[in-house]
Design a protein around this ligand. Structure first.
Ligand SMILES: [Zn+2]
Ligand SMILES: [Zn+2]
Length: 341
């Protein structure tokens, strides 16, 4: 089978590798669509401690069950599925406290998704595999993972019905967050972004799109909220200055969510008065739970969220490197790699 192999920063090759064999309690999934994620892009550009080359990147995928182990009764070849790249153990201290995304003992799929077949272990079959409803595409299925991360982030923003959310950055995650917040009853979603195509997409989704070079973001917020500012600010870009800036946009009692990861050794200056006197919470969100993953599929199946509208490029697996570069150059929002075979 073919696989896109990450060989180190800015190096990727397409190779023929052995198709994985499965154990009696596993299934083999033929990958039909896999999304290029910010993590894949960062790894490709500067390396990542979790991904030692050579390895296969990609963790957002959906496909068809190609083989089932002799002990598997829930799935048959031909079933269309979305598969979470990891699931929590259910037993560790974090899981017992309900913090599944912080599980100490996650189990995951055995390889990245930029390939043709992946072996799915028992735990991921049980807790992280979801049948795609009729009519739902593989590309939508592959969006379940980033959408699940977004649901996790939105939960941590603690929005009430009608609240205003400010999203800094209209990349794929910012735009998905806007859709999720609107679907669950946010009053207004305001997105700040410099890239004009991304701003246009934000407006199309129903957000108030602001280019802060052209308009004073704080003035827009005041105008749109009657002076109240945003109940939550979701920082969907990866630099410390944005977190610092976010502090002037949040309402008292509100939440700033560091949703985008910052480079290691970043420093952020926080106004202690804002945290103490204004009771603002600074939180972070990373990853997702198996519950949010299932909910993401449901939200797309019920047409509450159309995650596919942020896919700008669909490319064959062989063009994985091109897809990553399109993301690096911000020419693409979401790139979907597909296997036609
Ligand atoms: Zn991802
Ligand atoms: Zn656990």
């Amino acid at each position: 089978m073919k696989a896109a192999i990450y060989q180190g920063p800015k190096q990727m090759t397409i190779e023929e590798i052995k198709r994985p064999s499965i154990g009696p309690d596993q299934i083999l999934v033929q990958v039909k669509a896999s999304g290029v994620c910010g993590t894949d892009v960062k790894t490709y550009i500067r390396g990542h401690r979790f991904f030692e080359p050579p390895c296969i990147l990609g963790h957002e995928f959906a496909g068809v069950v190609a083989e089932v182990g002799s002990e598997v009764t829930d799935y048959s070849p031909g079933d269309r599925v979305a598969v979470a790249p990891y699931v929590p153990c259910g037993f560790c201290h974090m899981c017992q406290a309900g913090h599944f995304e912080l599980c100490y003992d996650k189990s995951g799929v055995e390889s990245g998704a930029f390939t043709e077949y992946i072996a799915i272990p028992k735990e991921v079959i049980e807790r992280g595999t979801v049948r795609l409803p009729t009519g739902m595409s593989f590309s939508a299925g592959a969006m379940a993972e980033p959408l699940a991360c977004v649901l996790n982030g939105i939960e941590d923003c603690r929005l009430e019905l009608g609240d205003t959310l400010l999203i800094m950055g209209a990349g794929p995650m910012g735009l998905l967050s806007a859709q999720a917040a609107l679907a669950q009853g946010a009053g207004k979603v305001i997105i700040s972004e410099f890239n004009q195509e991304r701003l246009a997409k934000a407006a199309e989704i129903g957000a108030i799109a602001v280019d802060p070079r052209k308009e004073d973001l704080k003035e827009v917020l005041k105008r749109e909220t009657g002076g109240k500012l945003a109940q939550a600010v979701m920082v969907c870009v990866g630099f410390a200055e944005a977190v610092e800036e976010a502090q002037q946009y949040v309402a008292p009692g509100g939440v700033i969510n560091m949703f985008g990861g910052l480079p290691k050794d970043s420093k952020v200056t926080i106004d202690p008065g804002l945290i103490h006197y204004q009771q603002v919470s600074l939180v972070g969100s990373f990853g997702f739970t198996h519950i949010q993953y299932r909910r993401a599929v449901e939200l797309m199946a019920n047409k509450r969220i159309d995650a596919e509208r942020i896919i700008t490029h669909t490319l064959p697996l062989e063009e994985a490197e091109k897809g990553i570069n399109l993301s690096v150059e911000q020419k693409a929002l979401k790139v979907m790699l597909v296997n036609e075979g």
